[in-house]
Ligand binder design. Structure first.
Ligand SMILES: N[C@@H](CCC(=O)N[C@@H](CS)C(=O)NCC(=O)O)C(=O)O
Length: 204
């Protein structure tokens, strides 16, 4: 399998954590590409018309996206029953917490594009502030409900939680999430020690 990726992408890193946990990381060749809105890579677009990473080329040549679909594919392929439970309230819970952590990640990546990729004269401060506020509110919710949010074994939501906070450290260190949301620190530190997380961030 081939994974179009970039070490700076939290969606890629979430996927790599899951791939390692599924015992499939060694079967994945990484092809690093740099993408940004407004600078279309049409060659890559022949594989993924949305021109976003991660995108996984399976052995049959299918190009899978987005990160959730790739994780779901890897989990099913590995026959793993805990990373994403098959049904019931456990599945709903993992999907719900994945949606929250992934949503924060999406707001963070969007803000990165708004503040870094977009030429200064086209920036819209109200949108940037709104993005930061959603990130803040999401983190505040997690801070207040962390035991419930990460209850149960390591799963897709835990992988997304750690990838999301690592991205905030990488791009938005000034937000100071450890000070504002101290309940997140201990689970983050514990998850960061897992071999699947270390494997996804070899340079850390
Ligand atoms: N919902 C997608 C989001 C993927 C995404 O936003 N990837 C970014 C990199 S972090 C990207 O490819 N950006 C290039 C672009 O949007 O032009 C997923 O979960 O895979």
């Amino acid at each position: 399998m081939k994974l179009y990726s970039n070490p700076a992408s939290p969606f890629v890193n979430k996927t790599l954590i899951i791939a390692h946990e599924c015992g499939l990381l060694d079967e994945i060749e990484r092809i690093d590409i740099a993408l940004a809105p407004g600078n279309p890579n049409h060659e890559f677009g022949k594989q993924n018309p949305l021109r976003q990473i991660p995108a996984l080329i399976t052995e049959t040549g299918t190009c899978l996206y987005d990160s959730f679909v790739i994780c779901d594919y890897l989990i099913a392929r590995a026959g793993n029953k805990t990373l994403l439970p098959a049904d019931g309230p456990e599945r709903t819970h993992v999907l719900h917490m994945h949606a929250l952590c992934n949503g924060i990640m999406e707001r963070a990546v969007a803000t990165r594009y708004e503040t870094f990729a977009r030429p200064e004269e086209y920036r819209w401060p109200a949108m940037i502030d709104d993005n930061f506020d959603r990130i803040d509110k999401g983190l505040a919710w997690l801070n207040a409900h962390i035991d419930e949010a990460l209850a149960g074994p390591f799963d897709l939501a835990s992988a997304t939680f750690v990838a999301m906070l690592k991205y905030l450290d990488f791009r938005f260190d000034h937000l100071g999430w450890r000070t504002k949301y101290p309940a997140l620190k201990e689970p983050f530190d514990a998850l960061s020690q897992l071999s699947c997380v270390k494997a996804a961030y070899p340079a850390a």
